[in-house]
Unconditional design. Structure first.
Length: 373
């Protein structure tokens, strides 16, 4: 989402610079229309990085867009906002809650109680993917007290890159999928940090499916991938499940084009929206998604797909069977999916909303209005 923002704001004539942790060495950084500063973490743990140098690096800027969560970086932004009297304007993009187990989970919960409210209160504007998610998230208390500073702006998708196209026969052959077989697709991380995606639940449900002549395709990489492959074998469904960890960004649209149905089986509110859902919609693929706050805002039941009860195998199995066995229904939903994606999630239109929110925050602060009532 941060890259999408930077691209659109650059295209609109703004000078954009991106600051992020340097988790690993990149030999040839991709060419972008904005500068990227990769800061060496003083301490790094999983997806967290302590980068106190961010405080000094951000001093020259008029507007800061902080994408939360950013453990180890949000604190520097908050300190700068609190100590600099003449700005900068702060726009927080609240992407998701972080939920974990054990000591890591306790740390996340403590951070959400102590640091997150301070960050949101200091913000001049807060962008959320939906008010539905905001009202059910760790940001809910601040949202109730200061609704005037919140703006609902969904992620955007490049509707030219992701678009309906015929299935590529070479790709079907690569995956051992016959042309007449229906394909149910999942795209996402298969690592511990994304265990909330619910792949165990998906595989267990697939093992109970009643529709023959279909393949489940799971695209993604991570340290849990081998465990999921073993689970598929243990469940006796290895022959109808395809795993691919080597799909790059350029090839991803053609993978969506193989799908007849897309599924997002996430199991908790760590899933706030699901950008993969709108990539599927833009590709003309109906979607099935867990009935989670925020995620459900993307799905119009019976029009572009269906929601199902969280971790309910019977409900998911019934919705999957309905979609796979009713060609006419699937065709209507595919057409609606594309229409909705183009009208609601077009990257250019979303970029305009982000720009409007950032300019509004800057004008509010520079105009001397009371920032945090």
């Amino acid at each position: 989402m941060a890259r999408s923002y930077a691209l659109e704001l650059s295209r609109r004539g703004h000078e954009v610079e991106v600051f992020c942790p340097a988790y690993r060495r990149i030999e040839e950084p991709p060419a972008e229309p904005f500068r990227v500063h990769r800061l060496k973490p003083r301490i790094a743990f999983r997806n967290s990085a302590f980068v106190p140098q961010l405080w000094g690096a951000l001093k020259p800027f008029d507007v800061i867009n902080l994408h939360y969560p950013f453990y180890g970086g949000a604190e520097a932004v908050l300190l700068l906002k609190k100590t600099r009297k003449a700005g900068p304007s702060l726009v927080v993009t609240f992407q998701m809650d972080s939920i974990g187990k054990g000591p890591a989970g306790w740390g996340m919960a403590g951070y959400a109680q102590l640091v997150l409210p301070a960050v949101l209160k200091a913000a001049d504007r807060v962008i959320v993917t939906s008010f539905d998610y905001a009202s059910h998230s760790a940001a809910a208390a601040v949202f109730r007290r200061h609704p005037e500073k919140f703006r609902a702006v969904p992620p955007g998708v490049d509707t030219q890159q992701f678009a309906p196209r015929r299935k590529n026969p070479d790709r079907l052959s690569k995956y051992g999928i016959r042309p007449e077989e229906l394909v149910v697709l999942f795209v996402g991380g298969l690592d511990s940090a994304h265990a909330f995606k619910g792949i165990d639940f998906l595989l267990e449900t697939w093992a109970q499916r009643k529709t023959p002549g279909a393949k489940l395709m799971i695209v993604g990489r991570g340290n849990l991938r081998d465990r999921y492959i073993r689970l598929a074998a243990d469940l006796g469904i290895a022959g109808s499940v395809v795993f691919d960890a080597d799909v790059g960004e350029e090839a991803l649209p053609s993978v969506y084009n193989l799908a007849d149905l897309f599924i997002l089986p996430s199991v908790d509110r760590s899933e706030a929206f699901g950008i993969v859902l709108i990539e599927a919609l833009a590709s003309g693929v109906p979607v099935l998604a867990s009935n989670l706050p925020g995620v459900r805002s993307v799905v119009e039941d019976g029009r572009n797909g269906f929601t199902f009860r969280v971790k309910d195998r019977a409900d998911l199995s019934a919705k999957m069977t309905l979609c796979l066995e009713d060609d006419a229904l699937r065709g209507r939903m595919a057409s609606a999916a594309r229409t909705i994606a183009v009208s609601r999630y077009n990257q250019t239109a979303v970029g305009a909303e982000v720009e409007r929110t950032i300019v509004e925050a800057f004008e509010t602060l520079s105009g001397g209005k009371e920032n945090n009532p």
